[in-house]
Design a protein around this ligand. Structure first.
Ligand code: AMP
Ligand code: GLY
Length: 419
């Protein structure tokens, strides 16, 4: 089969690396891809936020299956559009992608499916929102309803901060995404992510992970896309995993099916492990980045066969297996990230790191410059991933591999995997 993966991050590198060993794939294309992905797949430049461009490429290359990495094409309805021209695609429809695209929609599903989550109210009027917070305790969580590139959540420590956040959202700092505002109860606990592969009716576990969202050591500084991750998390027992699958994922799938918007693809539950048990913070409708790198480093089954079973609605007969090993990834980013940064600094030593047993370096923002040097080309640039028999060993391995990478403008957190 001819397969097209959409995206250019370390997540898509891990996906292509994992897919490349499937004997069922005769040609693997990634658009736009990156220099790391090029070792696994043919890379073709493409604007993946334009459905027409994606469809033209898929038709031209006679693609049998399209696998989007990030959420934007999914929320833009690429699955619906590909299906209209009879191209198979892995991922949720536009309607089902609302589980990521609208926080209010997710709250409605939680209510219908009786899923534990933070109490909330939603507002489309600034005065009503400000009035509401007068009588509730702080901290308060203020959220833009729609996609806001991971920046639409404000944890307000006091009412002044909450009012400012509400005013900013209604002023339109996130455009349409902030026209509806959710005000949510603050949940205390440890965060964890749980992943399930879904075929519309059935869900099978894709194991769990934990990421480090803040830019600085000790969870300090602004939020990022993720500075590192590990899988599995010691904070979820086998019993917890079953509880999440049966009480959060499966009821969600059942309600989505009942509503005529079945969910096919990867359902990623962001959870808070509270004293009252796991509660859903948010859903994403795709793999996490960097969580994907650690999950796919542990997968024993063939990823492509699992994806085909999801697309063909036969997951009830599919048994997915994972290695017991721990996988841990450390993200290397460009100085300045998540704020302003410069592209174009030279990176060396990746093959030396890759030569170490148990290490795989996934590329994100990299490119080859006109002098044939590998240079930085984004905020998050590399994801150095180690597999070992324990968390401690995986952490030591990842950090010793990083020492091989010579990149003056790069930085990374020194405490990934230290809870
Ligand atoms: P989200 O984009 O919904 O995942 O939110 C981003 C981050 O904000 C989460 O990973 C949590 O750290 C935090 N957060 C979101 N909602 C809550 C909540 N109700 N209580 C505490 N923290 C939250
Ligand atoms: N690492 C968080 C995300 O992919 O949304």
């Amino acid at each position: 089969m001819k397969v097209l993966v959409l995206g250019s991050g370390a997540r898509e590198h891990a996906m292509c690396w994992s897919l490349a060993n499937s004997p069922l794939i005769t040609k693997l294309i990634c658009a736009p891809g990156n220099p790391g992905i090029k070792e696994e797949a043919e890379c073709i430049d493409l604007n993946i936020n334009n459905n027409e461009d994606i469809i033209s490429l898929a038709l031209k290359e006679e693609i049998d299956l399209v696998i989007p990495g990030p959420e934007i094409p999914l929320v833009n309805g690429i699955i619906n559009d590909l299906n209209k021209v009879n191209i198979k695609a892995f991922g949720p429809s536009k309607e089902a992608s609302k589980l990521e695209g609208s926080k209010k929609f997710t709250k409605e599903i939680c209510k219908a499916a009786n899923i534990p989550t933070a109490n909330y109210e939603s507002f489309t009027n600034q005065d009503h929102a400000i009035n509401y917070i007068k009588n509730i305790n702080t901290p308060i969580v203020i959220k833009a309803d729609g996609l806001a590139a991971g920046k639409g959540v404000i944890i307000a420590k006091n009412k002044d901060e909450a009012i400012l956040a509400i005013e900013n959202l209604f002023k339109g700092i996130f455009g349409e995404a902030g026209k509806t505002v959710l005000i949510e109860e603050y949940l205390e606990g440890i965060e964890a992510s749980y992943f399930a592969l879904c075929d519309g009716k059935n869900a099978i576990p894709l194991t769990n992970a934990q990421d480090h969202k803040r830019v600085g050591d000790g969870d300090t500084g602004p939020n990022t896309g993720g500075m590192g991750a590990f899988s599995p998390t010691p904070n979820l027992s086998e019993k917890d995993n079953e509880h999440i699958l049966n009480n959060i994922i499966k009821p969600t799938l059942a309600v989505m099916h009942e509503r005529g918007t079945p969910f096919q693809g990867i359902l990623y539950a962001g959870l808070m492990l509270t004293n009252e048990g796991p509660k859903l913070i948010e859903y994403n409708v795709r793999f996490g980045d960097p969580e994907c790198q650690v999950i796919l480093s542990r997968i024993k089954s063939n990823l492509f066969e699992a994806i085909l079973a999801a697309v063909d609605h036969t997951l009830n007969n599919f048994h997915i297996r994972f290695y017991d090993e721990v996988s841990l990834t450390v993200v290397m980013a460009t100085e300045g990230y998540p704020g302003k940064y410069k592209n174009g600094s030279i990176i060396k030593g990746i093959s030396e790191a890759n030569n170490i047993k148990g290490i795989k370096v996934f590329h994100a923002g990299t490119k080859i410059d006109s002098d044939q040097n590998l240079v930085s080309n984004g905020g998050r640039v590399l994801s150095v991933t180690a597999n070992a028999e324990s968390m401690n060993k995986a952490r030591i391995l990842a950090y010793s591999a990083i020492k091989n990478i010579k990149w003056d403008e790069g930085f990374y957190r020194k405490d990934i995997g230290e809870n």
